[in-house]
Structures are given as structure tokens and as C-alpha cells.
Design a protein around this ligand. Structure first.
Ligand SMILES: N[C@@H](CCC(=O)N[C@@H](CS)C(=O)NCC(=O)O)C(=O)O
Length: 206
């Protein structure tokens, strides 16, 4: 399979999942501002949405939308470590977290802060009004827990990815000690540390 990604964006979660599962994959860097790959190909001809992540499966078909891509990768792990079995109550709980992070945290807050077209008052509203309630909710859930579910899952890969965006968004995670501790703990996992350092190097080389 091949992952289309942009360094340190939401597609980092898919790279983390691939490494956590020990799967083989190719990686293609997308420049989101130009919608081009490093080899000059037009990304829109590969994924008309123009967004990452996108995954080209081994049968040649494309899969997009982070929560779907993450669950697909999790289901490829022969040991099923990254997601509860499909159809179980725990799997729906995972989907609840993936959707919460995608819609309430990623899109409602950070997409608005990082979107260059977003007016300053919208950025401030997202950071100062929307984000605190979401971080309070996540902190309350994670108090006394190691992971969002009972063990590491692709929802944690997505949450740790989004917590990386706090500092560049001007948010001091120390105001949410439970989240700061979770971020530090998750960032120390070998697969997470490897994925982050590789993408940092790719971002800095750009
Ligand atoms: N609905 C998509 C959104 C993904 C998304 O927002 N990706 C961002 C990077 S974190 C992106 O590609 N931004 C460029 C753009 O929207 O043109 C998903 O959940 O995967």
C-alpha cells in the first residue's frame, strides 16, 4: 500500500498506525499548496479531494478520509492490536473517538486556526472558545487512563497527531496537565517517535 501524506499533518496518524502494525508501505509527499507530488504528478488526478491522507491499497483502489484509512490499516494488523473487532461495542466506541477528533478537534479547531484564509477573529474563536471545552472533555476522559480505549488504538494515533498542533497554534498544553502528560507518554512510543522524527526531517527539508 502507498500513503499520500503531508509532513506533520493529520496523515501522520496513518503513518503511526502503519509503523505500530509493522506493515510495509510506500510514502508519497504531497505539497498541499500546489497539489503536487515531489515527482511532479498532479495530486488531484490521484485524489480529487486534494486532501491527505489517501491510501492506495494493494489492489490499486484508493481510500480517503482519515478515520476510514486508520481503520483499514488497523484491520490489516494480523494481531488486531490497533482497533477492536468490527461489530463489537468497543469498535463503535473507537469510531466515536475518531469522529470526535476529526470533527470537533481537527476540523472545528485546528483547520480554522491553520487555514491561511481564515479571518483572525475566526482563528481566535476556535482557539479561545472552541478548543478549551474540547480539551476539558478529553482531559476528563483521560484522567487516570493511559489511552482513549483500554489499549493503544488508531484513535490515539490521531489524538497525539492533533496534540502536536497545539504549540504551533499558540496553545500551551501545560494548561491541560492530563493532555500534556498523555502527549509526552504517547510521543515516547517507538512508532510515534519514529514517524514524527521522519516527518520533521521531511518538513524541514522542504
Ligand atoms: N475529511 C478529511 C480531511 C483531511 C484534511 O483536512 N487534511 C488536511 C491536512 S491535515 C488537508 O489535506 N488540507 C489541505 C486542504 O484541505 O486543501 C479527512 O478526514 O481525512
Amino acid at each position: 500500500m502507498e500513503l499520500f501524506f503531508s509532513p506533520l499533518s493529520c496523515s501522520l496518524a496513518s503513518r503511526i498506525a502503519i509503523y505500530e502494525a509493522g506493515l510495509e508501505a510506500g510514502f508519497h509527499k504531497v505539497t498541499l499548496s500546489t497539489k503536487r507530488l515531489d515527482d511532479g504528478r498532479d495530486y488531484l488526478s490521484i485524489n480529487p479531494k486534494g486532501q491527505v491522507p489517501a491510501l492506495k491499497r494493494n489492489d490499486g483502489t484508493m481510500l480517503t478520509e482519515g478515520p476510514a484509512v486508520l481503520q483499514y490499516i488497523a484491520d490489516l494488523d494480523p494481531q488486531g492490536r490497533l482497533a477492536p473487532k468490527a461489530g463489537t461495542a468497543a469498535r463503535y466506541e473507537l469510531q466515536q473517538w475518531l469522529n470526535y477528533i476529526a470533527t470537533e478537534v481537527h476540523k472545528a479547531v485546528f483547520y480554522m486556526i491553520f487555514n491561511p484564509a481564515s479571518p483572525p477573529e475566526v482563528k481566535a474563536f476556535a482557539r479561545d472558545q472552541l478548543l478549551p471545552a474540547r480539551y476539558r472533555f478529553l482531559s476528563a476522559h483521560l484522567e487516570g487512563r493511559e489511552f482513549l480505549l483500554d489499549s493503544f488504538s488508531v484513535a490515539d494515533a490521531y489524538l497525539v497527531t492533533s496534540l502536536n498542533w497545539a504549540r504551533p497554534a499558540g496553545v500551551d498544553l501545560r494548561a491541560w496537565p492530563v493532555l500534556a502528560a498523555y502527549h509526552k507518554r504517547l510521543s515516547a512510543r517507538p512508532a510515534v517517535a519514529r514517524a514524527v522524527s521522519e516527518e520533521l526531517a521531511l518538513r524541514d527539508a522542504a
